[in-house]
Design a protein. Structure first.
Length: 298
C-alpha cells in the first residue's frame, strides 16, 4: 500500500477504502507480534506480546480476560463471532476463542470448498460464508473477527484464473523486488487477498450500509526483498477504519498506533454511551504517547 508499490495494482481495494471520504487510517501501525498467533492473542486477551502463549495456558480456558475484544464487544451489546480460514485444531483456536467471550467460531472444516491447501480454505470461500451469515441474521448486532489464510505459503491459488494481471506487475516492478516466477506468484496472493477482501466489503456494505469495517494485518509481510528496505516497509501493517459515518479527521494524517489500540478504538466508536471497558493502552483517538510492540516503538 506504500506509494512505491502502488503502481503494481496489488492493493487497489485497500487503497479505494483509504481514499474514501468515509474512512480514516494510520500512517504507521505496529503489529501485535511477528506471527499470527501473537496477533490472535493480542485481540483475544488485549495483552501485549511477551512470549507467554496465552492459548496454551490452562487458565485461559477457565476465566476470561477483561481486556479482550470479546468481552468489550459483548458489553457493547454485540454477538461475537470468530471466523478462521484454517483448521480448528491449529493452536486449539476454536476452543480458545469460545472460552474467551466469543459466542460462535467457524473454521475451514465447517465449509465445503475446493482449491484450498494445508492451511485451509481460499479467502473467497471464507468471506462468502461470513456474508451468508450476515444475510441470514439481518436484525442481529454482531461483531465478526475474520482471520484469512490465503496470503501465506504454499501460495497455491490459481491467481491468474482469478484475474491477477502478471504483466502489469512486471511492468511496474520496483527495483527491490526480483522478477522471478516464485516472487510474482507470491505478489499475486497479496493481490488475491486484497481482491477478496474488497469484494466482501463492497457486497456487505450494500447489504448492511451501517457496517463498520476495520482492515488490518496479523503481522507484516514475510517478504524477501532483493535490497534493504526501511523498517516501515518491512514491519508495518495497515489499519483502515471504513464505513458509514467515519470521518477522515478522526485521525491526523501522520497518525501512529499499534494493534493493541484497535480494541479501545472500537469501544469508543461502537460502545454504549458511558460504557466502561478495560484496556492497557488508550484508543487511537487519544494517542499522545509513543506506542510499542515486541520490537519497535513509534
Amino acid at each position: 500500500m506504500l506509494p512505491k508499490y502502488q503502481p503494481m495494482g496489488l492493493t487497489d481495494e485497500a487503497l479505494r477504502m483509504i481514499n474514501s471520504d468515509k474512512s480514516c487510517t494510520t500512517a504507521l501501525m505496529l503489529a501485535h507480534g511477528s506471527g499470527t498467533m501473537p496477533a490472535v492473542n493480542g485481540f483475544v486477551t488485549g495483552l501485549a506480546e511477551t512470549g507467554i502463549t496465552e492459548e496454551t495456558a490452562p487458565e485461559s480456558y477457565k476465566t476470561q480476560y477483561a481486556t479482550g475484544i470479546g468481552k468489550i464487544m459483548k458489553d457493547a451489546g454485540y454477538r461475537t463471532v470468530f471466523w478462521y480460514g484454517g483448521m480448528p485444531s491449529w493452536r486449539d483456536i476454536k476452543n480458545y476463542v469460545l472460552a474467551q467471550n466469543f459466542d460462535e467460531c467457524y473454521c475451514a472444516s465447517d465449509f465445503k470448498y475446493s482449491g484450498g491447501n494445508s492451511w485451509g480454505c481460499p479467502d473467497k470461500t471464507l468471506f462468502e460464508q461470513v456474508y451468508q451469515y450476515i444475510e441470514g441474521h439481518p436484525a442481529q448486532k454482531t461483531f465478526h473477527i475474520i482471520l484469512t489464510t490465503t496470503n501465506h505459503p504454499p501460495y497455491t491459488i490459481d491467481v491468474g484464473k482469478e484475474g491477477f494481471d502478471k504483466n502489469k506487475v512486471l511492468q511496474n516492478l520496483p527495483d527491490d523486488i526480483t522478477a522471478d516466477n516464485e516472487k510474482i506468484i507470491e505478489l499475486g496472493h497479496i493481490w488475491y487477498a486484497d481482491m477478496a477482501t474488497g469484494r466482501f466489503v463492497r457486497s456487505t456494505e450494500k447489504l448492511k450500509p451501517d457496517t463498520l469495517f476495520v482492515v488490518t494485518g496479523d503481522h507484516a509481510e514475510r517478504f524477501t526483498f532483493s535490497k534493504d528496505v526501511d523498517d516501515k516497509t518491512y514491519s508495518a501493517i495497515p489499519c483502515i477504519i471504513y464505513g458509514q459515518g467515519v470521518k477522515k479527521d478522526w485521525l491526523p494524517y501522520d497518525a501512529t498506533g499499534c494493534a493493541m489500540q484497535l480494541l479501545p478504538t472500537l469501544a469508543e466508536i461502537v460502545g454504549k454511551p458511558n460504557m466502561q471497558y478495560s484496556s492497557i493502552l488508550p484508543s487511537l483517538f487519544n494517542n499522545d504517547k509513543p506506542v510499542f510492540n515486541h520490537k519497535f516503538y513509534a
